[in-house]
Design a protein around this ligand. Structure first.
Ligand SMILES: Nc1ncnc2c1ncn2[C@@H]1O[C@H](COP(=O)(O)OP(=O)(O)O)[C@@H](O)[C@H]1O
Ligand SMILES: [Mg+2]
Length: 367
């Protein structure tokens, strides 16, 4: 490694000398290229399997929420996945703040994803995403005072001055879309460091930066849907995340950082692909179970409804045009009696949980 101390960098002083991209360190090293090949293969397999699901919507309805939970948990905001699924589609005043926050977080991602053709990954999009996460208008920092600290010790002080920050963001944006032969995965890793080092907002930079990663991969055509679940890996390897971000600043340790992110991509893509395989199998057995135990139900419609999201409401069936309210309710109760779904009361509403699907997605043994 050619890790040299960054000239003039002090943790307590605003890092206005943050070097613009591309990094001066070589990015096509054997270790990086090897990790890139592995990550690309794992992602391609995930993308292929996800595209073959009869209800691809299930992934985009669950994974961004799980990603949101982990991403928030990196900074210690905690809830559980099944609580999330239950409440996130209809948050109200009684919903726990952390669930509302994860729900907003997933919505920010999906909204940006659907608008990518009009607004690609750029500083304006970052501002939009951060504002949605924080639930208040966020704009580039105008005042000094933002630091990254751990147990009261300052680890890093981002650049100050709106013009400096905007200049660095313009360079970051140009790098993301520059046309050279750098693999999009390497570019994503590099850009993620840079975004965090610029730290354009007073808060929400971590969550925003990790959403941008997911969006960038879909924009680059590596994933059809924004289902990269990288925060799962970052959360499990959190101290390395902080250490390696800091080592890029202090020692230009780009290789270690990029390899860390690429390993994460390979790991979460492989994990998610495994889940998608399990969903394929569950779709199969559930279909057989319904056909056997409830032959009078409209099989295809019911399958679509109960695999669209982990929790089905009577309203979902009505909106999908499967049946009127009363009949829809009878259908779901029948599935509950047959052991396909579990009925849960939620205030005056009823939820029908596809418990096998939830168990599969939230299996604690591999958290
Ligand atoms: N030494 C560092 N250098 C640059 N960025 C860092 C460093 N340590 C942590 N970070 C980034 O800063 C984020 C925290 O910033 P913050 O604005 O509070 O984001 P959020 O509110 O979304 O957690 C971390 O999640 C990480 O991405
Ligand atoms: Mg924060």
């Amino acid at each position: 490694m050619s890790n040299k101390p960054a000239r003039g960098w002090k943790a307590e002083a605003p890092y206005n000398e943050l070097p613009p991209l591309p990094p001066s360190a070589p990015l096509q090293t054997p270790a990086i290229l090897k990790a890139t090949i592995k990550a690309r293969a794992a992602l391609a397999e995930l993308d292929r399997l996800a595209g073959k699901l009869p209800n691809p919507g299930i992934l985009v309805r669950t994974l961004p929420l799980m990603e949101a939970r982990c991403s928030s948990q990196i900074e210690n905001i905690v809830t559980t996945d099944d609580m999330l699924f239950q409440r996130a589609d209809q948050p109200d005043d009684s919903t726990l703040p952390e669930i509302r926050e994860a729900s907003r977080h997933a919505e920010a991602l999906l909204e940006a994803y659907h608008g990518l053709k009009k607004l690609p990954v750029c500083s304006r999009l970052a501002q939009q995403v951060c504002s949605r996460i924080k639930d208040q208008p966020m704009s580039v920092r105008k005042l000094p005072g933002t630091v990254i600290a751990s147990r009261r010790q300052v680890m890093y002080t981002p650049p100050v001055g709106e013009a400096v920050i905007r200049g660095l963001l313009a360079n970051w944006e140009a790098y993301l879309h520059s046309e050279d032969d750098t693999d999009p995965l390497i570019r994503m890793a590099v850009a993620h460091y840079q975004f965090e080092a610029i730290h354009p907002f007073t808060d929400g930079n971590g969550r925003t930066g990790r959403i941008l990663n997911s969006l960038y991969l879909t924009e680059a055509g590596l994933l059809e849907q924004p289902i990269l679940y990288l925060s799962r890996y970052i959360l499990a390897n959190r101290s390395d995340y902080y250490r390696l971000l800091n080592a890029v600043t202090s020692h230009e340790a780009w290789e270690d950082w990029v390899v860390y992110i690429l390993q994460g991509v390979a790991e979460v893509a492989t994990w998610t692909a495994g889940k998608v395989r399990e969903i394929h199998a569950l779709v199969d057995t559930t279909q057989k179970l319904i056909a056997k135990k409830c032959p009078d139900l409209p099989l295809d419609d019911m399958m679509r409804a109960i695999f669209e999201q982990p929790y089905c409401r009577i309203r979902h069936l009505v909106v999908a045009g499967v049946a009127k309210r009363e009949t829809a309710s009878i259908y779901l109760v029948k599935l509950a009696k047959a052991g396909v779904l579990t009925e849960i009361k939620q205030g005056r509403d009823k939820l029908f949980l596809n418990h096998r699907l939830v168990a599969l997605l939230t299996n604690p043994t591999d958290r």
